[in-house]
Design a protein. Structure first.
Length: 333
């Protein structure tokens, strides 16, 4: 197989599939867009027509208004310009998908964002052997090895139970991370009401509409501080240190992100309880996945590309870094 198939072209603004005349996760409005998932650095408004999972289309409608789109089920195959296209689970957030492209005897898999850890809010990542594997590298350095999710949730619950006169305020991205934290808490036996910031109400309701059970959620707005003592409150990371949080009962400030592995990032945000819970693959999961899908070539995008490209080269796997723009949505990490 040639180093770069003649029919697929990486550009700074997205990946162009020439025979389908369609773009994957374009950062600019396009007539035809194949979208992997609903985070803002992958899903944008203004496209002419969108192909995505039913959940991703619903997320895009909530964020950008009604859009013309074709909903797809996982493993459903459709054809655009002699390219067979199939969406398979990526394990990142609700509705997230890898896009599998088959054309001219070659297979390309574009992962979008993905993780390999279990997540009660979305189906698990499905490895698909391919010729070219397009992978993220958000945590593409050997230092990033995420701990067990359950142990991090236990640390959160331990802080809550040790300080019943306070609340624990958890910063978590409004799409994906917040709902996952809620469900992980439920799975660890925490069935008390959880208070949520107003910016999360509609997205949590959307998750519930798709059958994700999160137990009792209460809006934090208008609730007396004394009534939130001994409870967990979840807000966007941007609200951790603003006026909104000052009305809470002496909160223990926590944040859930793979970036909490970096102590300086926790200090910069004044985080008392850093929780290393990521919706992206860590270093070992990235490298194990490349081994598993066994590509002839790996394309690496948005993240720490150099280390993963070097790792591939040391194993005789052709690799290149893609200079994609707009992949800066770090709070979903």
């Amino acid at each position: 197989m040639s180093s770069v198939p003649h029919w697929i072209e990486p550009h700074p603004t997205g990946i162009y599939v020439r025979p389908a005349d369609a773009w994957i996760d374009p950062s600019q409005p396009r007539d035809r867009a194949l979208v992997t998932h609903g985070h803002a650095d992958h899903a944008r408004g203004g496209h002419g027509h969108v192909w995505a999972t039913r959940e991703t289309l619903a997320i895009m409608a909530l964020r950008y208004g009604t859009a013309d789109g074709t909903p797809l089920a996982y493993d459903e195959t459709f054809t655009l310009g002699n390219v067979a296209i199939r969406y398979v689970p990526a394990g990142h957030v609700l509705g997230s998908a890898q896009i599998v492209l088959d054309h001219a005897g070659e297979r390309v898999v574009v992962t979008g964002d993905y993780k390999r850890r279990p997540d009660p809010t979305c189906p698990a990542f499905v490895p698909v052997p391919c010729d070219i594997f397009v992978t993220e590298a958000t945590f593409g350095l050997p230092v990033f090895r995420h701990p067990d999710t359950g142990s991090e949730i236990d640390r959160l619950l331990g802080a809550l139970h040790s300080h019943p006169e306070r609340c624990v305020l958890v910063g978590a991205y409004a799409l994906g991370k917040a709902q996952r934290i809620i469900c992980e808490l439920r799975d660890r036996g925490h069935q008390e009401p959880i208070y949520i910031h107003g910016a999360m109400e509609k997205m949590c309701a959307l998750y519930s509409d798709f059958g994700i059970e999160m137990g009792e959620l209460r809006p934090a707005a208008g609730v007396a501080a004394k009534d939130m003592r001994g409870h967990i409150v979840i807000s966007p990371p941007s609200a951790l240190n603003d006026r909104w949080s000052r009305r809470l009962p002496d909160p223990i400030t926590a944040m859930a992100s793979g970036w909490m592995r970096v102590r300086q990032r926790a200090r910069q945000r004044n985080v008392e309880l850093p929780l290393v819970i990521s919706d992206h693959a860590d270093w070992e999961e990235l490298t194990d996945t490349i081994r598993e899908v066994a590509p002839t070539e790996t394309w690496v995008t948005h993240g720490r590309e150099e280390a993963l490209v070097h790792w591939c080269a040391m194993r005789q796997i052709r690799a290149r870094a893609l200079a994609m723009v707009g992949r800066e949505d770090e709070d979903d990490a």
